[in-house]
Design a protein around this ligand. Sequence first.
Ligand code: PEP
Length: 263
Amino acid sequence: MSSPLRKPFIAGNWKMHLTLAESLALAKEVAAGCAEGGPDVALCVPFTAVAAVAEALKGRPILVGGQDLHWEPQGAFTGEVAGRQLADAGCRVAIIGHSERRRCFGETDETVNKKIKAALGADLIPIVCVGETLDEREQQKTYRVLETQIRGAFMNFAPDELARVIIAYEPVWAIGTGKTAAPAQAQDAHTFIRKYVARSLQEKLAAGMRILYGGSVKADNVDALMAEPDLDGALVGGESLKAANFLRIIRFKAAAPGIGQAR
Ligand code: PEP
């Protein structure tokens, strides 16, 4: 975490876990350990829990997020949820293009692009997920995949429109597998992403854009990851379901005094 332009952001992705009562209990436990002055924190909870968790976290320094949204503001789309419905229920953030949605539900760069537009239109902060599979990495296609996904996601946007967007670099081979990208490997991908955003859109946008790392982030690897200059936070799956572990991740130890969090 290097630039004062980029406040660290730690987001939990609860995926399809937890009942309403369990969601409320976890949200309250996280809130109790979350102090003002730390990184930005978001909990991306199941749709069924959004309104109740948002109500429970009112006045606390934690944003509530959805894990997806539809690109239309309303209509005959059975089973889908619109950005304006998420915002109305208390969401401030939406994950878009998670690899599980790309793999299991046919999400494409084109739908990601439409969903970013919808999220911004509903005043939500999009967390746009990109990342290569193991096969693609082994075939030296990581940069090509990242470039294609980001170009598709940001197609037809002006740089100013993307100022609030967050990217999450999530190598697919590291999600839920216990395998984390080595800090230098993650830094390399983040540098590539930032340079690509600078080259294809705008230097200023790239310098301020938060790029999170996601893929088996844990209490015992977060400090080393966050010491890398282009890692601006984390998108955390499994470990966000355990309050103590997630709180330790939020309290990552920044590389240098004055950067990231004071301790
Ligand atoms: C994720 O779901 O985005 C994720 C990174 O999961 P995990 O931390 O469990 O690998």
